[in-house]
Design a binder for this molecule. Structure first.
Ligand code: ADP
Ligand code: MG
Length: 200
């Protein structure tokens, strides 16, 4: 895999989240408490502020440190879950990962999120994007294809009834809205793919 420019990747991800913060807030307002956009923006700005320090570390250590930073700064339910994703990824990934290692490590990280959230696919959460993204990675799809799969997976949360997180308090009334965490996950997947594509 081409050498990863982690500082650039962080900048693109933080930029994407900032540009979509209002959209994420609106999604979370519909079936949650409306803090997801600000939560994510705060967390990714905090990561961006230390991007050079993260980028100076070996990739596994950098991902673990980013995960810790996200836990401390995002807040809400999603902070510990995104934090777990990055920390678990850091634990499993090689310093210079190939596709197989990346897919396997991402699979373990998705499992760690599911364990932490006591959640599974089909419950209208970020997992509904993470799992298909893992499958696409393992299946050898391109970054652009994976980004499209992530968008479609976020879209597919619209007709679901929420069974985890705040939206689950609404029961049937959660149907008809996209899950905010699914959308932010799809945005991150596209921005990571874009940044990796630039360095390929
Ligand atoms: P909060 O719900 O505490 O306000 P956020 O608004 O930042 O936190 O994040 C909400 C998102 O977190 C949801 O849209 C969903 O994708 C995700 N989420 C919440 N609970 C869980 C869970 N148990 N498992 C997986 N994802 C979850
Ligand atoms: Mg919220």
């Amino acid at each position: 895999m081409a050498a990863l420019n982690l500082a650039r990747l962080i900048a693109v991800a933080a930029e994407t989240i900032a540009a979509h913060a209002e959209e994420l807030t609106a999604l979370d307002q519909a079936i949650g408490d409306g803090d997801h956009g600000l939560n994510m923006k705060r967390g990714f700005e905090a990561v961006r502020a230390e991007a050079d320090a993260f980028a100076a570390k070996p990739l596994p250590d950098a991902l673990k440190a980013i995960g810790t930073k996200l836990v401390m700064t995002v807040g809400g339910a999603s902070g510990p879950l995104f934090g777990t994703l990055f920390m678990a990824l850091g634990k499993e990934i090689a310093a210079d990962p190939d596709r197989n290692n990346l897919a396997a490590a991402f699979g373990k990280a998705v499992d760690a999120v599911a364990a932490r959230g006591k959640s599974q696919i089909g419950q209208k959460t970020m997992l509904d994007v993470l799992q298909p993204v893992h499958d696409a990675l393992a299946g050898g799809k391109t970054a652009a294809e994976i980004a499209d799969i992530a968008d479609a997976a976020a879209e597919a949360t619209v007709p679901m009834k929420a069974l985890r997180g705040r939206a689950s308090f609404l029961g049937e009334r959660s149907i008809g809205h996209m899950d905010a965490g699914a959308r932010s996950t799809a945005l991150l997947v596209r921005s990571v793919g874009q940044a990796i594509g630039e360095s390929a």
